[in-house]
Design a protein around this ligand. Structure first.
Ligand code: NAD
Length: 500
């Protein structure tokens, strides 16, 4: 078999065993197989966890200053290899290279946040809580922790997890998506080059078998998961039943509400950018435009105008604004919503199947940007997470109807409101049942020093990812009550300790 061969990274080096199972890696722009990736068995996962467990005592006793020094060096290396990383992502995912560079930049923000972790890992201290007694609290690492990540951000989503986990003193096992596995290996190599000791960061590739082995391994203390809602629910239930701490971020159906007073040019620009960037394969992509009152016709016309002008082509071609979808089956599933939508009563305002592709089809997993108008909440295009370049337009008479629609949706990842009415926007922010809200901002991904996470079926678990909640997730608190004996101490007392 020609093409690249991607394997695991265990104990600070590439794995050199013979895999029992492998998967194909595609170039989505041509549909060609470009290589294979090894799938880890439970035994291989066990080896990675053992390497992480062996490295744990050393890493957690390395000073906080030294741990963050490694992350500072890693930051420099990511910057130096930014283009290479983006090209790798683009070649296996299909997104345009400039978009892949954006994902690397957003991941880097979390690395930078983790570089300053010392400030946030501080505990509290209370002097003389009882006579001669001091009390303080510290946060300690959990041990070996794991991350399981989706195909759509093969560099950024792992970087939401491991920089904070490592800075807190944990060791890490990453199971990236088998669809675009190469970015994780470059990250592993750069961490090693930055001075991370062997075994502190490990990568295992694979599918359900590897995931199940992580979820049931007794030495894995916590699991961060990002992916679709059914798998997130499964990971949460299986991991917590095995006694692990789990944060499992799931799928999304993000609405963009446009009130009648909004600037429709601004709103149309935002809807097209957020709906079709990365071919709609973003968990924060806008997939439903909610046109309130009379704004619908003008908005759909302006959106259609812009969509027709989008340049669709290979991620590596500088002219391309939108690339192909990740796999053939996924493209077919996304495209099926166009016919189903029309059958269920929607209007196909823009049919992406007709969209020209720069350089021609070449057998890639192409689907141009599409707009389904007059969608209603009963239709499958509204109910399902399509995760592709299909923007549904739902028309509602009033603000109250828009709010109800968004809040009653089972997902609650992101939402945006477009308006010039500050009072309406403020009320929306307060009332809407969604975890991340944008006011005239279509993709409100929080900065690294806030935390990322949705509500309802978009997140299972108690903590959001990265930011201060990430630090809490990867540490546990210890409260210490301390007395250094002095001459005033004395006597046995069987009573419950009370403050004196
Ligand atoms: P996915 O759920 O298919 O896969 C995610 C991970 O789970 C992968 O590592 C995969 O190998 C593994 N997996 C797949 N099937 C499994 C199974 N049956 N048992 C155990 N593990 C399994 O998701 P995807 O298609 O890679 O990514 C797209 C999804 O991720 C979308 O639903 C998107 O909304 C979601 N996503 C959510 C966020 C968020 O922050 N909430 C961010 C990015 C992506």
């Amino acid at each position: 078999m020609s093409g690249k061969h991607v394997s695991h990274w265990i104990g600070g080096r590439p794995w050199d065993g013979a895999a029992e199972r492998r998967g194909d890696i595609y170039n989505p722009a041509t549909g060609q197989v470009t290589g294979t990736v090894d799938f880890a068995s439970a035994t291989v996962v066990g080896d990675a966890v053992a390497a992480a467990a062996k490295a744990l005592p050393g890493w957690r006793s390395v000073s906080l200053a030294k741990r963050t020094t490694v992350l500072f060096a890693f930051r420099e290396l990511i910057n130096a290899h930014r283009g290479e990383l983006a090209e790798l992502v683009s070649s296996e995912h299909g997104k345009v290279t400039s978009d892949a560079e954006g994902e690397v930049a957003r991941g880097l923000e979390v690395v930078e946040f983790a570089c300053g972790l010392g400030h946030l890992l501080k505990g509290g201290y209370s002097e003389n809580v009882s006579t001669g007694v001091d009390a303080y609290s510290i946060r300690q690492p959990l041990g070996v922790v794991a991350g399981i990540t989706p195909f759509n951000f093969p560099a950024m989503v792992p970087m939401w997890m491991f920089p904070i986990a490592l800075a807190c003193g944990n060791t890490f096992v990453l199971k990236p998506s088998e669809k675009d596995p190469s970015a994780s290996l470059l990250l592993a190599r750069l961490l090693a080059e930055a001075g991370l000791p062997d075994g502190v960061f490990n990568v295992v590739h694979g599918d359900k078998e590897a995931v199940d082995a992580i979820l049931t391994h007794p030495d894995v203390r916590a699991v961060s998961f990002v992916g679709s809602t059914p798998i997130a629910r499964y990971v949460y239930e299986t991991g917590t039943a095995a006694g692990k701490r789990v944060q499992a971020l799931g799928g999304a159906k993000n609405h963009m509400v446009v009130l009648p007073d909004a600037d429709t040019d601004l709103a149309a620009d935002a809807a097209v950018s957020a709906g079709f960037g990365s071919a709609g394969e973003r968990c924060m992509a806008v997939s439903v435009l909610v046109a309130v009152g009379s704004v619908g016709d003008e908005l759909v016309a302006k959106i259609a105008d812009r969509v027709h002008g989008l340049r669709v082509g290979p991620g590596s071609d500088e002219r391309s604004e939108m690339g192909p979808l990740v796999t053939g089956p996924h493209r077919d599933k996304v495209a099926s919503y166009l016919d189903t939508g029309v059958k269920e009563g929607a209007t196909l305002a823009v049919d992406g199947r007709m969209h020209p592709i720069i350089g021609g089809d070449a057998g890639g997993f192409w689907l141009g940007p599409s707009v389904l108008d007059h969608v209603t909440p009963e239709m499958s295009a509204y109910r399902d997470e399509i995760f592709g370049p299909v923007l549904s337009v739902v028309r509602v008479p009033s603000y109250a109807d828009a709010l109800r629609l968004v809040s009653e949706n089972p997902y609650g990842n992101g939402v945006a409101i477009y308006t010039n009415d500050g009072g309406a926007a403020r009320r929306f922010v307060s009332e809407v049942e969604v975890g991340m809200v944008g006011v005239n901002v279509p993709i409100p991904v929080p900065m690294a020093y806030y935390s990322f996470g949705g509500w309802k079926s978009s997140l299972f678990g108690d903590t959001h990812i990265y930011g201060t909640e990430g630090i809490h997730f990867y540490t546990r608190g210890k409260a210490v009550t301390s007395r250094w004996l002095d001459p005033s101490h004395g006597g046995v007392n069987l009573g419950f300790p009370v403050n004196k």
